[in-house]
Design a protein around this ligand. Structure first.
Ligand SMILES: *Cc1c(COP(=O)(O)O)cnc(C)c1O
Length: 717
């Protein structure tokens, strides 16, 4: 295996003693290691915050005197030496989970394709949960020593930034990101030229160069069409995530699937597992067949051979998440592939023909399902829904026997857990608790943590959230273009000692963001009760083409602006990984009320739980598996809810549980020390039950053993 990489540059001109800061900046490992983060923020915390935690830009801008000061500070240098040791040990570790449990398979390659990767706020290449899950998957694969490589896009303009106008309308701003400010390197060949790949369309070819991003031990390769060889329109093909224009969308997906395979080949990889995170990458199945047909195999033989190594994960039952292309568009872009596969047009369309109300289509999930031996949904309930949804592809078997299994999602603990909490766990669970993270036994010790210590950390995190919100409002106000009422709406009246509920996610209509407003009088009474007030923080973006989603934001924003709510309803603009981190670490309750069963899994509630937040959710997706009656609360009951009638029933349930259970538990039973004992007991139950099970540690091990290993073995045979 050869990867052609330039040497890690040290262009920051740092003092020799701390020169490796430049190297640390080039590997996202620092993002899930708090000691490493401190190496940057201790130099100049204000600048670090202002630069959105970008170590690259930071090292370029930080003053010489600050750098020189830490280079002579023994406490700093001790930390520096320790972090460098940990970093080296991490990268060279030979006793990884993979090496210990599956040594014969650690030398192979698992290719992981995804349209989005949510790794850190400096890289806006994600729109929501799908991307964050992919990012967490890479980090965990690195932790476990799995031989995984990621394939995706470098989006030159990222996903949009969100501004909300005074009347609540979402304004999407696409700001070019400065590529030179990202911790990525072009992949070069032996003579120092950028390696490029090309895909052919009937009227032209599109060329892409390849960037490499290091995620611990895992490389992520990002395709980028902004090169001289392309015409100006094609240079913008990879500028944005999820174009609404179908021509751009299909061209992107061809580039990801076909171009992604070619990129890995150009880099010398020969993966034995090809994992498609959602259907966007499904054209990779055809590219792999094409390779074998070119070497003389029949289409059928090539399809059978390659299918064994393909793994497909479906992430949503919602139609907008399942890409379909009209046939005329397929012809326009994929006709060159027909003869290369040895198929005529009809045979080609038959590979994934689907019938829609608007006519016939070519369905990406159908293609992926037909051409993968490993297929999974992302929660137990979503598995059931998926088997029903795709039963028509396996008409000969009963619905329960449709060959789609499930691996419930998880989150990367190191990424999402607050530093203070990690320190607390180091003390009470044993220093090596992160190595034993998915062992439920590790978490029984949570019960031994003194309530006062745990509550002190929670209170600290909530204050931190409130300060962050204040500071954001101040910056925005100074920048101008902000009406005074928007300052209130952005949370300046938040009180860090009041019961605080978070509701943050993409604004899609099935998520019912406005359910809590169903009975406004009742809500206002609840949140304004003297001595027992409640605050609700909303955040989230709608896809720029999703008008109903944007109207939902507007509805929420109009409520938030009302004086009657006393500044206790808040909308925070521009939900991203950074804001998500503050929210899941800071709020007391994480609320989620989708129309079941549309939430395939959800992951943000897991992030809240591992930080001591309590989930208050519809029994959909992951929460249906996690809820045990003592570790949070349910909205509604264990049944699908798809009608107006059940909207009303769910709203009623939401208010009742809030008034009768959540609020009393939070405010009562506080003995002299002001610690709500029963609340803390519930927090402990939630951390104990959720953290190990809904971690990517458990999840990626399941992918490895249930989906990757069978694919690898089929090759060895
Ligand atoms: C975790 C996360 C999500 C996923 O949230 P769900 O609503 O649980 O699907 C979306 N966006 C960001 C920024 C996240 O961190």
């Amino acid at each position: 295996m050869t990867t052609f990489r330039t040497k890690t540059p040290n262009h920051f001109d740092l003092p020799r003693r701390i020169a490796r800061l430049g190297e640390l900046a080039y590997n996202l490992w620092w993002t899930w290691n708090p000691h490493a983060q401190r190496l940057f923020n201790r130099i100049d915390n204000a600048l670090w915050e202002r630069l959105n935690h970008n170590p690259f830009v930071f090292l370029g801008q930080v003053g010489r005197s600050e750098i020189n000061a830490v280079a002579q500070n023994t406490i700093y240098l001790d930390l520096y030496d320790r972090v460098c040791r940990e970093f080296d040990a991490y990268l060279t570790r030979t006793d990884t989970w993979c090496a210990q449990n599956h040594p014969a398979h650690c030398e192979q390659t698992i290719a992981y394709f995804s349209m989005e990767f949510g790794l850190h706020e400096i890289l806006p290449s994600y729109s929501g949960g799908l991307g964050v899950l992919a990012g967490d998957h890479l980090k965990e694969a690195s932790d476990l020593g799995l031989p995984l490589v990621g394939v995706g896009f470098l989006y030159a303009e990222g996903y949009f930034s969100q501004r909300i106008s005074e009347d609540g309308w979402q304004d999407a701003q696409n700001n070019p990101i400065a590529i030179e400010d990202l911790p990525i390197l072009p992949v070069l060949n032996e003579s120092g030229e950028p390696i490029t790949i090309a895909v052919k369309f009937p009227d032209r070819a599109i060329t892409a160069r390849i960037w490499e991003l290091r995620v611990g031990r895992v490389p992520l390769y990002l395709l980028d069409t902004n090169v001289d060889e392309n015409n100006p329109a094609d240079r913008k093909l990879t500028a944005r995530l999820y174009w609404s224009d179908l021509d751009l969308r299909i061209a992107q997906e061809v580039l990801l699937g076909v171009g992604g395979v070619r990129a890995l080949r150009a880099l010398g990889y020969n993966p034995t597992v090809w994992h498609m995170n959602e259907g966007h990458a499904a054209f990779l199945t055809l590219e792999r067949v094409r390779e074998l047909v070119a070497s003389g195999e029949t289409f059928e033989a090539a399809a059978a051979k390659t299918r064994a190594n393909n793994v497909f994960t479906t992430h949503t039952p919602v139609p907008a998440g399942n890409d379909e292309f009209p046939l005329w568009l397929m012809d326009k872009y994929l006709s060159p592939m027909w003869p290369e596969l040895g198929l005529d047009r009809d045979q080609f369309v038959d590979l994934a023909r689907n019938r829609q109300s608007w006519g016939e289509s070519f369905s990406m999930p159908v293609l992926a399902l037909r051409f993968s031996a490993g297929r999974n949904a992302v929660s137990e309930l979503h598995g059931r829904v998926s088997r029903r949804m795709w039963h028509f592809l396996w008409p000969e078997v009963e619905e329960d026997d449709v060959p789609i299994t499930y691996v419930t999602n998880g989150v990367h603990t190191g990424t999402w857990m607050a530093r203070r909490l990690r320190v607390l766990f180091d003390k009470h669970l044993g220093e090596d608790w992160l190595d034993r993270l998915d062992d439920p036994e590790t978490w029984t010790k949570v019960n031994d943590i003194p309530d006062a210590e745990l509550w002190a950390v929670r209170t600290h995190l909530k204050r931190k959230l409130a300060f962050y919100v204040l500071e954001r409002a101040r910056q925005h106000w100074r920048r101008g273009g902000y009406h005074p009422v928007q300052v209130i709406a952005s949370g300046v009246l938040l009180d860090p000692y009041v019961l605080t509920i978070g509701f943050a996610r993409r604004f899609a209509t099935y998520k019912r963001a406005s359910l809590v407003f169903s009975d406004l009088d009742r809500l206002l009474k609840i949140i304004n009760r003297p001595n027992r007030p409640v605050q609700i923080i909303f955040a989230g973006k709608a896809h720029p083409a999703d008008e109903p989603g944007k109207m939902l934001i507007q509805e929420v924003y109009r409520m938030v602006k009302k004086a009657e709510n006393g500044g206790r309803l808040v909308f925070l603009e521009d939900y991203d990984i950074n804001l998500a981190r503050y929210l899941v670490q800071g709020v007391d309750v994480w609320m989620n009320n989708p129309r079941r069963p549309n939430e395939a899994s959800g992951t943000s509630g897991m992030k809240a739980a591992l930080n001591g937040g309590l989930n208050f959710s519809v029994l959909d997706g992951w929460w249906r598996e996690a809820y045990n009656g003592h570790n949070g609360w349910a909205i509604g009951d264990d049944a699908d809810t798809d009608t107006k009638v059940s909207d009303a029933a769910d709203a009623e349930s939401l208010y009742n549980v809030l008034e009768n259970e959540i609020i009393p538990l939070y405010y009562s039973d506080r003995n002299g020390d002001d610690i709500p004992r029963k609340w803390v007991a519930r927090m402990k139950e939630s951390m104990r039950t959720v953290t190990p099970q809904f971690s990517t540690r458990r999840m990626v091990k399941e992918y490895a053993e249930r989906l990757y290993l069978p694919a690898m073995r089929s090759t060895l045979r």
